[in-house]
Design a protein around this ligand. Structure first.
Ligand SMILES: [Zn+2]
Length: 64
């Protein structure tokens, strides 16, 4: 690759030279890992909320 070429890109996270995108494969994998951890947390929060909704439904059902 020619130095100073417009195709020359560097990873915004670690500075490694990359061909496309903003991050190298290593940082991409790490970022995806972080995102999936967040997604997992969201799922457990949603499950908790669903459980609360179910309990509320059972209580109101009992009142009827
Ligand atoms: Zn990187």
């Amino acid at each position: 690759m020619v130095p100073g070429s417009p195709m020359m890109l560097t990873c915004e996270r670690c500075g490694a030279s990359i061909l496309t995108g903003k991050y190298c494969n290593k940082c991409k994998a790490e970022l995806v890992g972080e995102l999936s951890v967040v997604a997992h947390d969201m799922t457990s929060v949603q499950k908790k909320l669903e459980h609360t909704e179910k309990m509320r439904f059972l209580k109101s059902d009992r009142i009827h």
